[in-house]
Write a protein that binds this ligand. Structure first.
Ligand code: TRP
Length: 328
C-alpha cells in the first residue's frame, strides 16, 4: 500500500473519510508506505520553510494519531528519497503532453494559483505521483476521489512501460470510498483546506463546537417546526459519517423531516459526536509526543532508510529494463 498527502496544513475530517480510514484498515493486510509529498507541494509555488516544516510535522502526527503504526509503516518525506526524481524523469518519456493536460485536477490547481498556464513541474504532477506509487511497488492506493485520474495515469504508464520494456511493474489499484466525499462546513460539496471549510483532526473541542454551530444547513428552513431536508444537508452527512450512535441519527432525521427538532439541537448533538470521535485522536497525538518529543524526526529517518532501499531496487530494475545499465 502506498499513499500520501501534500503537507499543506492540518489533516481534516474529509481526509479521514477519503483516505485515512482506509489506510489504517489496509495496514494489516498490506505493507504500508505513507509519503509526505513535499515535492508535490513545490508544483504550486514555494512556501516558507518553517511553515512547510510545521505542516510536515502535523501530517506525520496526523497519520500516527489516527492509527498508522510506525513500527509497521514506512512513513517518509518524498524529497528525502531523490530516486523519486529519477523515476519521474524516466516515466515522463512515456506520457504525451496532451495526456497530462487532460487531467481534470490541473484546472483546479491553475485556478488555485491564479495561473493561465502550468509550469513544466505542475504539468508533471500526476507523473510524479505515478513515480511515488511505482517506486516502492505500490499496488493498492487509498485516495480520495479527486486523485482517481492520477492513479489511472499510473496504470497507463505501467501498461506502456511493460509493453515497451518487459514486465517490470504491477498495475496499482486506487481504493476510493463510495461515500467518501465530505461536504465543507459551508455546504460546499467538498471539504478542503484552500476553501477554509474544514474541521481538523486536531481542532480542540471549543473549535469544533463553534464550527459546527456555524455550519450551513437546510437554507429553506426558517423555523424548527418547518419540515427540514436531510438529503444534501451537510449536518446530517457528518452525522452519518461520524456519529457512533446510528439510532440517534435515525431519530434526529425523522424528527427533522417532521419539523420536530431545531437545527441547534441537531448541531449540538453533532458537535458532541464529533468530539467523541476526535478525542482519542487528540489524546493519541499528545501521548505520542509525550513519550517521544522527537517522534516525527525519528519516524522520518527510519522511513527514509526503508523507502530508499525499496527505491534502489526499483531503479536498478528500471534501468536494466530500459537498457540503461551500460557497461555492467
Ligand atoms: N496528490 C496527492 C494529494 O494531493 C498526494 C500524493 C502524492 C499521493 N503522491 C501520492 C497520493 C502517491 C497517493 C499516492 O492528495
Amino acid at each position: 500500500m502506498l499513499t500520501g498527502d501534500r503537507p499543506t496544513g492540518a489533516l481534516h475530517l474529509g481526509h479521514y473519510l477519503g483516505t485515512l480510514a482506509n489506510r489504517v484498515r489496509l495496514q494489516d493486510e498490506f505493507e504500508p508506505f505513507v509519503l509526505v509529498a513535499d515535492y508535490h507541494l513545490l508544483t504550486t509555488g514555494l512556501r516558507r520553510r518553517d511553515e512547510t516544516e510545521r505542516d510536515i510535522r502535523d501530517d506525520v502526527l496526523g497519520n500516527l494519531a489516527v492509527g498508522i503504526d510506525p513500527a509497521r509503516a514506512t512513513i517518509y518525506l518524498q524529497s528525502q528519497v531523490p530516486e523519486t526524481a529519477e523515476l519521474f524523469l524516466l516515466l515522463g518519456m512515456l506520457v504525451s503532453v496532451p495526456r497530462v493536460r487532460r487531467i481534470p485536477s490541473l484546472k483546479d490547481k491553475l485556478a488555485e494559483i491564479h495561473a493561465a498556464e502550468p509550469s513544466f513541474g505542475l504539468l508533471g504532477y500526476p507523473i510524479l505521483q505515478a513515480s511515488d506509487i511505482l517506486l516502492v511497488g505500490g499496488e493498492v492506493v487509498p485516495v480520495g476521489r479527486d486523485q482517481a485520474s492520477h492513479v489511472e495515469l499510473a496504470r497507463e504508464i505501467v501498461r506502456s512501460f511493460n509493453a515497451a520494456f518487459g514486465p517490470t511493474f504491477r498495475e496499482p489499484v486506487a481504493l476510493i470510498p463510495e461515500d467518501g466525499l465530505l461536504p465543507g462546513t459551508d455546504g460546499d460539496p467538498k471539504m478542503g483546506r484552500s476553501r477554509g471549510n474544514t474541521i481538523d483532526l486536531f481542532d480542540d473541542p471549543a473549535a469544533v463546537d463553534s464550527k459546527v454551530m456555524a455550519m450551513y444547513t437546510d437554507p429553506r428552513r426558517v423555523h424548527a417546526t418547518d419540515p427540514g431536508r436531510v438529503e444534501g444537508n451537510p449536518v446530517f452527512a457528518y452525522h452519518d459519517a461520524f456519529n457512533a450512535n446510528p439510532d440517534e441519527v435515525a431519530e434526529l432525521k425523522e424528527r427533522y423531516r417532521a419539523g420536530r427538532v431545531g437545527d441547534v439541537e441537531v448541531k449540538r448533538r453533532l458537535a458532541h459526536a464529533l468530539n467523541e470521535f476526535l478525542h482519542p485522536i487528540r489524546a493519541r497525538r499528545r501521548a505520542l509526543l509525550q513519550d517521544n518529543p522527537t517522534i516525527v524526526e525519528d519516524v522520518l529517518r527510519a522511513g527514509e532508510t526503508r523507502a530508499r532501499a525499496e527505491a534502489r531496487r526499483t531503479i536498478d530494475a528500471v534501468r536494466a529494463a530500459m537498457g540503461l545499465d551500460y557497461f555492467s
